[in-house]
Design a protein around this ligand. Structure first.
Ligand SMILES: Cc1cc2nc3c(=O)[nH]c(=O)nc-3n(C[C@H](O)[C@H](O)[C@H](O)COP(=O)(O)OP(=O)(O)OC[C@H]3O[C@@H](n4cnc5c(N)ncnc54)[C@H](O)[C@@H]3O)c2cc1C
Length: 434
């Protein structure tokens, strides 16, 4: 068998590791267009703030990769000719495949306002974007950030830590309104302001203006002109479905794959941010933009490409992130509705988080250490843990394993319940029984 993988991100590399775990002899070719190869994209946020050196972002050494014994072709796959099992590259060369994996990730949605093509209007997808942001930050004094979710905050904090004055613009009346509740949004906004970010609510950019082809200000819907040397945006992402579409593969919001990560062509697989994977548990096909699911999908796809029949069983999406310096863990389903600052999902985000069925909220803490539980009939459906993280591990296990919370449900929902203590006690009991 001759395997070809498009995309040198975590899904692509995990697929190679999986193939090599059962097939040491076949040829594997990796095609990647990123000059920096395989690195941690979530780590780019810490590179922006200066907490991590770029050299710390590479999860595999050159030696690790050499041991996987694959050919690496630097270039962009431009066309899949499925009938002949051939791939065309922008380098004018062609590559033939027996089984193909599309693991090309997702890209930032463009900011569609006049002037968005000016120099200094920047997004954060790749290492090269992060380097460009730092280059502009060194030259400028004042920045505007627009968008929602995790990446927008990472941009604001990265630019602030590089000494820029930062204006963060929200179209709605609070931050990340379809994942966080009102209190959580306010905690984050308050911290951002304390860090020195100037927050603008109900602020929408309608035009970017500039001179000598460079951004110099943004015009807002209310007529205000905000001067800036840089405009960074994170308004959501879109899976790179172009190759699959041209090849006639089934797509929806991402490339549609079954639980074996196989497209409607049995020799073509897709995994990671580009894939909209079928979840046999919920019966839905869902987009995630999360590192761990991308790695798991890539690995499962690799096993199946090499002849196994292993289903990808989606765990409730889980992310430990930092929002305005506050460690925040998001597990399962936690919100719903619309967020004016995001079009679809963002980086480090999952569609599942917003598919909240009927549930009752139990919450505690209105300051830094906050805990919110989404309580279903017999199980916990989701949780947000801000600040103190000692309950994130038990909660992740309770939600992932659908543990029966009937013995504590009523106590959790009682007024002023100390839900943290109740969960801790329950968890201690579970551990004693096992
Ligand atoms: C700033 C930022 C913050 C994030 N924060 C978090 C977080 O807090 N938690 C979390 O879990 N996840 C986070 N993520 C998301 C996480 O990084 C992604 O889910 C993960 O990287 C997806 O892996 P992938 O392999 O599917 O795609 P990618 O990592 O996007 O890799 C795809 C690769 O394919 C290449 N490619 C595209 N088209 C072609 C082509 N035609 N030919 C050849 N190569 C091609 C791309 O250049 C890229 O190198 C963040 C991402 C970013 C950028």
């Amino acid at each position: 068998m001759n395997y070809v993988i498009i995309g040198s991100g975590v899904a692509g590399i995990a697929a190679i590791e999986a193939i090599r775990s059962i097939d040491s002899a076949s040829s594997i070719t990796l095609i990647g267009d990123d000059p920096y190869g395989f690195y941690s994209r979530p780590g780019l946020a810490y590179y922006l703030t200066g907490e991590l050196h770029d050299k710390a972002l590479f999860p595999r050494t050159a030696e690790d990769l050499r041991k996987l014994n694959f050919f690496y072709l630097r270039g962009q796959a431009t066309k899949i000719l499925r009938a002949g099992h051939i791939l065309e590259l922008d380098t004018q060369s062609t590559v033939s495949y027996g089984r193909l994996l599309i693991a090309v990730g997702a890209q930032a949605l463009p900011l569609e306002v006049p002037g968005a093509d000016l120099e200094g209007v920047l997004k954060l997808d790749h290492m090269s974007d992060a380097k460009l942001i730092l280059k502009h930050a060194r030259r400028g004094k004042s920045a505007v950030v627009v968008g929602g979710g995790i990446t927008a905050l990472e941009l604001a904090e990265g630019l602030l830590s590089r000494g820029m004055r930062v204006h963060y613009l929200l179209r709605g009346d609070r931050y990340w309104s379809n994942v966080l509740d009102e209190h959580e949004s306010r905690i984050i906004e308050h911290r951002l302001q304390e860090e020195g970010v100037t927050l603008h609510h109900h602020a929408e950019v309608i035009e970017v203006t500039g001179g000598h082809a460079k951004v110099s200000a943004v015009r807002l819907l209310n007529g205000q002109l905000l001067k800036c040397d840089l405009l960074a945006y994170a308004i959501g992402i879109r899976p790179r479905v172009g190759l699959a579409k041209q090849a006639g593969l089934a797509i929806d919001r991402g490339i549609l794959v079954n639980e074996y990560l196989q497209t409607n062509d049995p020799d073509v697989f897709a995994a990671g941010d580009v894939a909209q994977a079928y979840d046999p548990m919920s019966g839905r096909s869902i987009l995630d933009s999360l590192w761990t699911p991308a790695r798991q999908q890539g690995f499962t796809a690799g096993l199946n490409m090499a002849g196994e029949k292993t289903a990808y069983l989606k765990a409730p999406p889980f992310n430990v992130t930092r929002l305005a310096g506050l460690t925040t863990t998001i597990i399962g389903t936690v919100g719903r509705g619309r967020d004016d600052d995001l079009v679809g999902i963002a980086r480090g985000d999952s569609e599942t988080w917003r598919q909240l069925p009927d549930s009752i909220v139990a919450q505690t803490g209105f300051e830094v250490n906050r805990l919110r539980l989404l309580v279903g009939e017999k199980t916990l459906l989701g949780a947000i843990v801000m600040g103190d993280q000692k309950l994130s591990f038990p909660l992740e296990k309770m939600i992932t394993n659908n543990m029966d919370i009937s013995p504590i449900r009523e106590r959790l929902l009682a007024p002023n319940a100390r839900i943290g203590d109740i969960v801790a006690e329950y968890w201690a009991g579970v551990n004693t029984r096992h």
